[in-house]
Design a protein around this ligand. Structure first.
Ligand code: DHB
Length: 396
């Protein structure tokens, strides 16, 4: 290594995804200094297609901090549709629990936060390499090489690992100090973008004997759709016609037809549940995907990350302003309370709506699943339970 430039800050943040940038933005507004280190380029993050649903609490966090494009460019959804064997059931979020969600893609959340950090003169370093950490139980340090090839040593009082599902920070915690929980699933999602008008005003979560499908949206002319597939599927081998055939089988019926168009993007998304406990080691705090992954069915990933950030910010703000670490010390336990609610909801929505083709007792599983769907959808309490979880639990 050549000469290393030493920089000091109050909070070092690994990862400039929505979690890392949101935290850096909140800290800046409270007068707390941070430096964000990210290995990807700003363009690569901005161009990665991610999920699209924000809970009302996530929207409030953005808007209350002055990042409010979501109000102009997002779409409020007061409910969603469950379609079971082609029969539609509406979950009226607003009527059942007084909440709604917003369709606003994660790329746009990232672009808004990145632009705001840039406008405010925030220290966000994209395209870094040779990233490593040290002294997590003392004064944490981050070593990195920036995009111009210069070597740095970043010293901070607190290190936040918001570095995503392949987190480096998480792996820096000694094995004896942490516990990892995993679950794998026998299917994946085939995700597409298509140039077509909206098929319906709200999202459609479809269950059928042919498998699950989700009809989501992006703009007036671009739509996002997913269908359950085998995890080994190679998306490049699928023609547009084969894709539409699967979507039609799972969603169309009783006079409803999807609006079709050319498929402009194809990707297979694996499913996984993962939690790293505790979300703290010494002066390292984990937030977002670095600490937990959920299967995508409940639209919880980004929302959980933003909720972590909200709690972590409360702890850090109190720590730097009053010197008291009480709220910060409670961070992991407070965050994990919602993490496990979301783990349950994501797992449960997944088993509720997907079919398990190779199951030995397939006929029983399918009939039982339809019984579960009827017992939920025919009951106001059942629909309210779905609405409460989907729109996001009210913070205690
Ligand atoms: C989208 C993704 C999800 O996982 C979900 O549950 C709802 C919407 C989306 O990409 O739009």
């Amino acid at each position: 290594m050549g000469d290393r430039t030493v920089i000091t800050t109050q909070v070092a943040i690994m990862g400039a995804g929505p979690a890392g940038l949101m935290l850096s933005h909140l800290l800046a507004q409270a007068g707390i200094d941070s430096t964000v280190v990210e290995i990807r380029s700003r363009e690569a993050i901005s161009n990665t297609i991610r999920a699209g649903i924000l809970e009302a609490g996530s929207v409030n966090l953005l808007v209350d901090s002055g990042v409010d494009n979501v109000l102009r460019n997002g779409h409020e959804h007061e409910g969603t549709e469950f379609r079971v064997n082609g029969v539609s059931h509406r979950i009226d979020f607003k009527g059942l629990v007084g909440q709604s969600v917003w369709l606003y893609p994660q790329n746009d959340v990232f672009d808004d936060l990145a632009a705001r950090r840039e406008a405010d003169g925030g220290d966000v370093r994209y395209s870094c390499s040779n990233v490593d950490t040290a002294d997590l139980t003392g004064q944490p340090k981050v070593f990195f090489t920036d995009e111009d090839g210069k070597d740095f040593e970043l010293r901070a009082q607190i290190l936040v690992g918001a570095d995503g599902s392949r987190s480096h920070c998480r792996s820096a915690i000694p094995e004896s100090e942490r516990r990892w929980y995993f679950n794998e699933y026998p299917f994946a999602w085939f995700g597409i973008l298509t140039e077509a008008p909206r098929s319906s005003p709200e999202l459609i979560y479809a269950n059928s004997e042919h498998g699950f499908a989700l009809i989501s949206q992006r703009t007036d002319t671009v739509q996002r759709m997913y269908f359950q597939c085998d995890p080994g599927t190679n998306p490049d081998e699928w023609t547009d016609e084969q894709i539409w055939e699967q979507l039609r089988l799972r969603v169309n019926g009783n006079g409803f037809e999807l609006k079709e168009g050319p498929v402009t993007s194809k990707v297979v998304l694996p499913f996984r549940s993962f939690v790293a406990e505790p979300m703290r080691y010494g002066n390292l705090f984990l937030a977002g995907d670095a600490a937990h992954t959920v299967p995508p069915t409940g639209a919880k990933g980004l929302n959980l990350a933003l909720h972590d950030v909200r709690l972590l910010f409360e702890g850090l703000d109190s720590f730097f302003k009053s010197g008291s670490s009480a709220i910060l010390d409670a961070y992991s336990e407070r965050a994990l309370d919602r993490v496990w609610k979301a783990q349950n909801f994501s797992y449960w929505m997944t088993t509720l709506l997907h079919t398990v083709p190779q199951e030995e007792n397939h006929a029983f599983f399918r009939a039982r699943q339809l019984g579960e769907l009827r017992s939920l959808l025919d009951s106001e309490h059942g629909r309210a339970y779905i609405a409460e979880c989907y729109t996001g639990w009210q913070t205690k």
